[in-house]
Design a binder for this molecule. Structure first.
Ligand code: PEP
Ligand code: MG
Length: 602
């Protein structure tokens, strides 16, 4: 394809996947798709030979990936599982057997057959709602691309030999490519394709090099040696910047670096008010791999481990061993801090493959979370056994989502007792005093919080759902999103009621919905008596900064004033003004949050 004429300050918007600003020369890498213009039919006699050619290419591909894995630098060794996933893809029946089947049955060449298999897999993945899983198609395509290159005898240019200070520009890079980069030299990379949660993105973060993906045609617009600016915070790439733009970005870079340092430092200070009132600040995670990031941002534990991911990833219900080793590792990694594992919140629109029940008209009000687990006790027990077995390897507590009344809670506890009995019979160790809690996210649980409190060790308020159910606003419906109001007096009163019930029963009360990480809400929640806040890890530093800048006495006075306000708008206005007066940094909140969010120390 012919290159576009060079124009100054040509700005492209892509997806920021690894933070940082770099200015440097481009180095184009040929990672265009191996051209397989030849799609041809073969004769019956040629089929076996074609299958052999395909199997040889699989073998070569496997060997190449093994070599990459063995050479992986120490710094990113913990991400070796990504290359293991690629090895598993080579062995996956959907890819290999279906290709061999097409060669034999349709009598077509291996490249064509492989492309057809990838297309089928892509169609399946496109139907998946969960972004992280949907993006796994990138791994399948990376592997298929390598196989195609080996079929074409094209080989793979190794990136290990790049010794200049350059910015890599490619159509696509596989995690294997990325793992080979000499990060002492390579400044960062940009690609045409790729997504936010691709494994290549994870690798870039692990290597701490800025990266922007999804730029569509950057590899056709850039020529070797061109000057580039890559803004890994905003996902912007500027081709051929002029002097003014270079100066502007140099300034941005130093501003970001100052923020980076502040963030790191602040995250590790205690969340203590000026008058000595302390609150625990923890992180919400969905994946084992997030534990380290949580710790780096200053999390004092995992306040919510959402456990649906392994269920959505596997073909059936994941076996107990797999769950056990995942929970054990989380508990060990965060130890001596605790982790709160939430039992399955499947249902609604999230079901494991092969377990999808009939479609519901109102999935958010349907067979979800604890309701689903109580209807499928074997699935529930499988998870509880894994959690209990893992409980001796760290400080685990568990909680049930979507409890709507006492009978559900008692039934859940009865099942735990049953599982404990089984483990005892088999002489399997577990923490007999494991702390058990409930999420308060349904209005009926709020109004019966005093009743529930007698049977649990803690509450965790899930405001994401509580707001949706209290205000009758679907949390994922953009048409009513403007009415989804954390500052609604109804929400504030509900939180207060839950805190009161918890205090009366002398149990801990935490809050783990998005509201926990909203720096404007910190003072309000503190005054209400919340003991711990659990949030996205990146929100922790700013939240700690807010708490460290206010006094409990002032927060209490504000709360009294807020409780007299009548609408969400009034509350929001009051809080915004107060907080911005106290902490001028909050005026620049978006900048701060964007940076914190995109700043991964891993
Ligand atoms: C909540 O509802 O606030 C919560 C934390 O749970 P989730 O967002 O996983 O539903
Ligand atoms: Mg919830």
């Amino acid at each position: 394809m012919t290159k576009n004429p060079v124009q100054e300050n040509n700005t492209l918007q892509g997806i920021a996947v690894s933070p940082g600003i770099i200015i440097g020369k481009a180095r184009l890498i040929d990672r265009s798709k191996a051209k397989i213009s030849y799609q041809y039919l073969i004769s019956e006699q040629q089929t076996q030979q074609e299958v052999k050619r395909f199997k040889d290419a699989l073998h070569t591909t496997k060997e190449q990936i093994m070599v990459l894995k063995n050479r992986m630098p120490e710094q990113i060794k913990e991400h070796a599982f990504i290359l293991d996933t690629h090895l598993m893809i080579i062995d996956d029946r959907m890819l290999t057997e279906s290709t061999i089947h097409s060669i034999l049955e349709e009598k077509i060449n291996a490249e064509w057959a492989l492309k057809k298999s990838v297309q089928k897999i892509r169609q399946l993945f496109e139907q998946i709602d969960y972004e992280y899983i949907r993006d796994r198609i990138n791994d399948v395509e990376n592997v298929a691309e390598r196989i195609l290159r080996n079929l074409a005898g094209k080989g793979h240019e190794s990136l290990a030999s790049i010794e200049e200070r350059v910015i890599i520009v490619a159509h696509d890079l596989s995690p294997g490519d990325t793992s080979e980069l000499n990060t002492a030299k390579v400044l960062g990379f940009i690609t045409d394709v790729g997504g936010r949660t691709s494994h290549t993105a994870i690798m870039a973060q692990a290597l701490k090099i800025p990266a922007v993906v999804g730029l569509e045609s950057v590899s056709h617009q850039v020529q070797d040696g061109m000057l580039l600016i890559v803004d890994g915070y905003q996902g912007i790439v500027i081709i051929g910047p002029d002097d003014d733009v270079i100066i502007e970005y140099e300034e941005k870079r130093s501003k970001h670096e100052i923020y980076r340092a502040t963030i790191l430092q602040m995250g590790h200070l205690p969340a203590e008010t000026l008058d000595g009132h302390r609150i625990a600040v923890k992180a919400n995670i969905e994946l084992l791999e997030e534990v380290e990031t949580a710790r780096d941002y200053g999390a004092e534990g995992i306040g919510l481990y959402r456990t649906e991911f392994l269920y959505l990833m596997s073909k059936g219900i994941p076996d107990e061993e797999m769950l056990f080793s995942d929970y054990k590792e989380v508990a060990e990694k965060i130890f001596p801090a605790p982790v709160t594992i939430r039992t399955l919140d499947l249902g609604g629109d999230k079901f494991p493959v092969n377990h999808e029940p009939t479609k519901e008209v109102n999935p958010a009000l349907g067979l979800r979370a604890i309701r689903y687990c109580l209807k499928e006790p074997e699935i529930f027990k499988n998870q509880l056994r894994a959690i209990l077995r893992a409980s001796v390897f760290g400080r685990i507590q568990l909680m049930f989502p979507m409890i709507s009344g006492l009978p559900e809670l008692l039934e859940s506890k009865r099942i735990i007792k049953e599982v404990m009995g089984d483990l005892e019979d088999k002489n399997i160790q577990f923490d007999r005093d494991i702390r058990i809690g409930v999420m308060i996210e349904v209005p009926s649980a709020v109004t019966t919080a005093d009743i529930l409190a007698e049977h649990v060790d803690f509450f965790s308020i899930g405001t994401n759902d509580l707001i949706q159910y209290a205000l009758a606003i679907d949390r994922i419906n953009e048409h009513v999103a403007f009415m989804y109001q954390p500052y609604h007096p109804a929400v504030i009163r509900m939180i207060q009621q839950v805190v009161k019930a918890a205090k009366d029963a002398k149990i801990t009360v935490s809050l783990c919905g998005e509201m926990a990480g909203d720096p404007f809400c910190a003072s309000l929640l503190l005054a209400m008596g919340i003991d711990e806040l659990s949030m996205n890890a990146w929100a922790i530093p700013l939240l700690k900064k807010v708490i460290r800048s206010i006094s409990k006495a002032d927060a209490d006075a504000d709360l009294t004033a807020i409780m007299k306000l009548k609408t969400a708008k009034e509350v929001q206005h009051f809080i915004k003004k107060r907080m911005e007066d106290l902490i001028p940094d909050l005026k620049d909140k978006d900048f701060f949050i964007k940076n914190a969010m995109n700043f991964s120390v891993h």
